[in-house]
Design a binder for this molecule. Structure first.
Ligand SMILES: C[S@@+](CC[C@H](N)C(=O)[O-])C[C@H]1O[C@@H](n2cnc3c(N)ncnc32)[C@H](O)[C@@H]1O
Length: 232
């Protein structure tokens, strides 16, 4: 397990991130592209926001992460789920460059939602994904195309919250804490290390043996992020 910037992010992650319209838009795409795919691995699951949404739609989910504070919140969500849902949800420690040995190698989908930017050897992670997918299964990878413009995402989001009348004191406090962490994340060259243009990621995945891109766009987070769903 790692003690890194995500330990600090964990303090406001669930108060801020699910409130972002741009996060919810990406989540809807993940739910669309995993529909009918029963078993899903949520690699770098963080606090379990994506896992929870998948569980709510009846999937079997294995989520893992290498930050204890983020993962603690995923464990809490699982513990609060009804018994039948808990049985479909596995949460464990693990690195995306080398999946935990207990993770089965026949998943219908693997999700890497906003994770690869923190991974030095992204190709190792994408190879691990490949070896844990059944033929026809899909990888869904999302993340920034370049070092993100934090102000742009925040400005848009705050404008939306104000228009929607939900920029509450609690949300403002979460934004203040998140902004401190995010400033370090986005400016320290040792923190965010891997960015992909859409075509570049599709090309990398083809080289690693993936076949057909089902979705490949650069629309999310106000045009800052890629979203690629590609089949094994
Ligand atoms: C921006 S958060 C995204 C969390 C989650 N996927 C979501 O959509 O809310 C990035 C997560 O990736 C995790 N992470 C980063 N590098 C990792 C690695 N090498 N192995 C496992 N988890 C990693 C961090 O601990 C953090 O929880």
């Amino acid at each position: 397990m790692q003690d890194n910037i995500w330990t600090d992010f964990a303090r406001s992650y669930d108060q801020m991130i699910p409130e972002l319209n741009c996060y919810q838009q990406m989540l809807r795409k993940i739910l669309r592209d995993t529909e009918g795919r029963r078993t899903v691995i949520d690699a770098g699951c963080g606090t379990g926001l994506v896992s929870q949404a998948l569980i709510d739609r009846g999937h079997e989910v294995v989520g893992f992460d290498n930050n204890a504070a983020m993962l603690r919140l995923a464990h809490d969500k699982k513990a609060a789920a009804p018994g039948e849902a808990r049985d479909r949800w596995t949460v464990m420690d693990g690195h995306v460059e080398r999946f935990p040995a207990a993770v089965a190698r026949d998943a219908d989908a693997v999700v890497l939602n906003n994770v690869l930017f923190y991974v030095r050897d992204a190709e190792s992670a994408l190879r691990e994904v490949f070896s844990h997918l059944r033929p026809g299964g899909v990888v869904i990878a999302t993340g920034p195309k370049r070092r993100p413009d934090l102000q742009k995402v925040l400005r848009h989001s705050i404008e939306e919250w104000q228009t929607e009348g939900r920029y509450t004191d609690a949300l403002q406090a979460a934004v203040a804490h998140h902004t401190t962490c995010a400033r370090k994340l986005t400016t320290d060259p040792g923190e965010m290390v891997t960015f992909f243009q859409v075509d570049e990621l599709v090309g990398t995945l083809r080289r690693l043996g993936y076949s057909c891109p089902l979705v490949a766009d650069g629309d999310d987070y106000y045009g800052e992020n890629y979203y690629v769903c590609m089949q094994k």
